[in-house]
Ligand binder design. Structure first.
Ligand SMILES: C[S@@+](CC[C@H](N)C(=O)[O-])C[C@H]1O[C@@H](n2cnc3c(N)ncnc32)[C@H](O)[C@@H]1O
Length: 262
C-alpha cells in the first residue's frame, strides 16, 4: 500500500460533505485498513464511507453556526439553545426526555468527581445545564467529529465549565493518563463497527476509577428486539478477566452499567 494511494483515498472520502468534518487521522486509520484489505478503487472509497457513516455520520452534525450562536447567547438563552442543539444529535436526543434523571443516576453513590472524561461525547456536554456540577470540575470531551467538538468547546466556554476538548480516535485506545469518572455512552457498538474487539481493548487500557457504560435499547431505525440481552453479553465478554466490577445502572431509555476497579 503506497502513501500516495492512501492520501488519494482519504481525499476522495473527505470530498463528501458528510465526511469533511471528520478528524483526518480517524479517516486515515479506517482508510488504511480498507485499502490493505481491498486495494484501490471505487469499491474501497464506498466501503470506507459506509464504515464512517455507521460510526459517526448516522448521528447528524450540529449546524455550522452552532458555535457562534452559543458564544453569543445570553445567560438566559443558553440552556434553551443547548437543549435545541442536543435535539440535533440522533444519539444525545434519545436521552432528552430523561436527561436530568440520567445525570442523577450517574452521579449517585459517587464522591464529587474531580474530572469527567466524556469519550465519544456527541452533544452530551451540552446537557450540563441539567446537573448541578461545580464549574471547577474539569470536563474533558473527546470525539472525532470536528463540528461536534467546536460546538462542545463553544458551549463549555460560554457555560464557564473548566474544560478540555479534543479530537481523539478511540480505536487507537483511550486518551493517556489516569481518569476519574469516565462516560462511555452508547459508544462501544460504534467502536465494534470500526474494529471487532475495539471495545475490549479500550476497557483494558482505560485507567479510571469509574466508567459509566451505556448501550442503546433501539437501533436508529427503531428496532429493539433482543438488544438488551445482546449488549449485556457483549459487555460481559468485553470485561471478562479484567479487574472491573460491573453493576447495573437504572437508566430510562438506555441500558446502563457502572464499572469500578475491583
Ligand atoms: C452513538 S453516538 C454517542 C454520543 C454520546 N456519547 C451520547 O451518548 O450522547 C457515538 C459518538 O461516537 C463518536 N465516535 C464514533 N467513532 C469514534 C471513535 N473511533 N473515536 C471517538 N469517537 C467516535 C461519534 O462521532 C458520535 O458522536
Amino acid at each position: 500500500m503506497s502513501d500516495e494511494a492512501l492520501a488519494a483515498l482519504v481525499e476522495q472520502v473527505r470530498a463528501g460533505r458528510e465526511y469533511a468534518a471528520l478528524a483526518p487521522d480517524f479517516v486515515i486509520g479506517i482508510a488504511a485498513v480498507e485499502l490493505a484489505h481491498r486495494g484501490p478503487g471505487k469499491a474501497t472509497t464506498k466501503a470506507v464511507r459506509s464504515r464512517l457513516h455507521q460510526m459517526v455520520g448516522a448521528y447528524e452534525a450540529p449546524p455550522a453556526d452552532a458555535p457562534a450562536r452559543l458564544a453569543a447567547a445570553s445567560d438566559e438563552e443558553l440552556p434553551a439553545l443547548a437543549a435545541q442543539l442536543r435535539g440535533r444529535h440522533a444519539s444525545t436526543r434519545e436521552r432528552e426526555a430523561a436527561a436530568a434523571d440520567f445525570w442523577s443516576a450517574v452521579l449517585a453513590d459517587l464522591p464529587q468527581p474531580v474530572s469527567i472524561t466524556d469519550l465519544a461525547c456527541g452533544l452530551q456536554p451540552l446537557s450540563l445545564p441539567l446537573v448541578d456540577l461545580p464549574r471547577d470540575v474539569l470536563y474533558r470531551a473527546f470525539d472525532v467529529h470536528l463540528g461536534i467538538l467546536a460546538t462542545a468547546e463553544a458551549f463549555l466556554q460560554r457555560w464557564g465549565q473548566t474544560h478540555e476538548v479534543g479530537s481523539w480516535d478511540l480505536l487507537a485506545g483511550p486518551p493517556p493518563g489516569g481518569h476519574d469518572l469516565v462516560l462511555l455512552l452508547k459508544t462501544l457498538p460504534c467502536l465494534e463497527q470500526g474494529r471487532r474487539g475495539a471495545g475490549r481493548a479500550l476497557l483494558a487500557a482505560l485507567e479510571a476509577q469509574t466508567v459509566i457504560v451505556t448501550y442503546p435499547l433501539r437501533s436508529l431505525g427503531g428496532r429493539q428486539v433482543g438488544m438488551a440481552d445482546h449488549y449485556r453479553q457483549q459487555l460481559a465478554a468485553s470485561v471478562d478477566g479484567m479487574p472491573w466490577r460491573v453493576e447495573p445502572l437504572d437508566l430510562r431509555g438506555e441500558l446502563g452499567f457502572r464499572l469500578r476497579r475491583a
